[in-house]
Design a protein around this ligand. Structure first.
Ligand code: NAP
Length: 459
């Protein structure tokens, strides 16, 4: 895939970028090693100062950064701006909290192990390669970079090939904030060059946010090199609605949960699993609300759903819907490719899904919702869990026993009751099953790329 800015609203190529040469990569890896030697010797307070300065710069640049996001991947401008500001928030969060998250833990009674002092300390591990997707081109990167740099690690970013302007901006913001040269570097490279970098001894670990095939490839190379990997992969999140739910709020939240980010979030709710007592009412109101969404130019204030980011991505969504249609799905709304420029796909609602349809098991990365009618709590949970993924989930019910059952039995990294899955700096984020392993954000996220060192000290 060429490294280029291609405006998904028009399909026009705006700018292409030459990939890094082998010599450039060599220089960047050496620079990362030098930067680590420097950064590991700095204090939390020093790094926090640089991080806060970078957050201030990002906030001051919010409009320009949001324009860049919308140009490169088509997110409605207001959502792009919110993404940038959320990034500044997580940078300040780790500036404030990193030292506490990584505080030593000493045994209260070290004599139990025959020591004068014993416990654990966290230390940085070195250069971490981050392979990142285009769908939240700032947030996905910053939620890795902020804790990594605060822990004293250094970052190498291989961003998605369709967001090079975002990638270069992210490189600049950390150096302008004051971090040493090489502490955070963008490498403009295609995915074929990731393997060599993971295998390079100067790189100590890798994190990938993206699709399952990319995750499998990166994790198997990392395993071959016995290097740590964190994977944040796809999801086909369930959104369960039970009879006691507040239907107005459930419908309203369901529409946002399916269509935010133009329907291209790993944690978008994708499968709506509804108890038969309220199925008809939910289906009708949800379909009406999906039909009322304003689809169009993402730079227009009123737009709620913009184009899909990639032409190939739109083709995949269309293929999933066409496959279901050929196998007898009922199309309540949408499902037809629009005429005209840009990679738009309409809000779409499908029902009567069968196991023979690809969409029954695969992730629909666009504004396409499926509706499934269930008879009971047990059936709702069984349908929710009947996919290879386990990222986010939501369940709507006022019944405390049902709430507990969802918390206990849904296979997911996150369960939201009477809400939708959202990532917050304060809460860990990640998945299970084929949605990946490891956690980002909160204390768990900053500890992923630290060496938990056991300390035993005699007299
Ligand atoms: P993708 O095609 O897997 O790309 C993600 C990144 O991986 C890009 O930088 C891409 O580079 C690179 N890549 C692709 N194939 C690779 C390979 N074989 N080896 C090494 N690197 C490779 O995913 P996407 O289409 O951009 O993003 C959508 C997917 O990401 C969805 O499945 C979504 O659910 C998932 N996602 C997950 C999370 C989460 O936190 N769990 C968050 C956001 C998105 P190129 O661009 O150069 O191909």
């Amino acid at each position: 895939m060429a490294i280029a800015t291609i405006n998904p609203t028009t399909g026009q190529t705006v700018q292409t970028f030459a990939p890094e040469s082998e010599a450039d990569i060599e220089t960047a890896l050496d620079r990362a090693v030098s930067a680590f030697a420097q950064l590991r010797g700095t204090s939390f307070a020093q790094r926090a100062g640089w991080m806060r300065r970078a957050a201030d710069l990002l906030e001051a640049d919010a409009d320009r950064a949001a324009d860049m996001i919308t140009l490169e991947m088509g997110k409605p401008l207001a959502q792009a701006r919110a993404e940038v500001l959320k990034c500044a928030g997580v940078m300040r969060f780790y500036a404030e909290r990193a030292e506490t998250f990584l505080a030593p833990e000493w045994l209260p009674d070290p004599t139990a192990v025959g020591a004068a002092r014993a416990g654990t300390i966290y230390r940085p591990i070195g250069a971490v390669l981050a392979v990142m997707p285009w769908n939240y081109p700032f947030w996905q990167v910053i939620r890795f970079a902020a804790p990594a740099l605060m822990a004293g690690n250094v970052g190498l970013l291989k961003h998605a090939s369709n967001v090079p302007q975002c990638a270069l901006y992210l490189h600049s913001v950390f150096s302008r904030g004051g971090f040493p040269d090489g502490a955070f570097q963008t490498l403009l490279i295609g995915s074929a060059r990731v393997e060599g970098i993971i295998r390079d001894p100067r790189v100590r670990a890798v994190t990938l946010t993206g699709s399952e095939p990319a995750g499998r490839s990166v994790a198997s190379i990392a395993a071959d090199e016995v290097k740590k990997a964190v994977l944040e992969l796809g999801g086909s999140d369930p959104f369960v609605v039970m009879p006691s739910a507040d239907l107005d709020r459930a419908v309203q939240t369901a529409v946002s949960a399916r269509t935010s980010n133009n329907g291209q979030a790993c944690i978008n709710a994708k499968r709506f699993i509804v108890h038969r007592d309220i199925y008809d009412a939910f289906a009708e109101r949800f379909t009406q609300a999906m039909a009322a969404l304003v689809v169009g130019d993402p730079t227009e204030e009123a737009t709620q759903v913009g184009p899909l980011a990639l032409e190939s991505g739109r083709a995949e969504v269309a293929a999933l819907v066409d496959d279901a249609r050929a196998k007898g799905v009922t199309v309540r709304l949408g499902g037809v490719l629009p005429e005209g420029p840009g990679w738009f796909y309409p809000p779409t609602v499908l029902e009567d899904i069968t196991p023979a349809m690809r969409i029954h098991q695969e992730e629909a990365f666009g504004p396409v919702a499926t509706l499934t009618r269930v008879d009971s709590l047990d059936e709702a949970i069984a349908v929710a869990n009947d996919v290879p993924f386990g990222l986010g989930s939501a369940a709507w019910t006022a019944d405390p026993d049902e709430q507990q059952a969802f918390l206990d039995r849904i296979d997911a990294g996150t369960v939201a009751i009477n809400g939708m899955t959202i990532s917050y700096p304060e809460l860990p984020f990640g998945g299970q099953k084929r949605s990946g392993f490891g956690r980002e954000l909160a204390g768990a996220g900053i500890r992923e790329f630290c060496n938990l060192k056991t300390v035993w000290m005699g007299e």
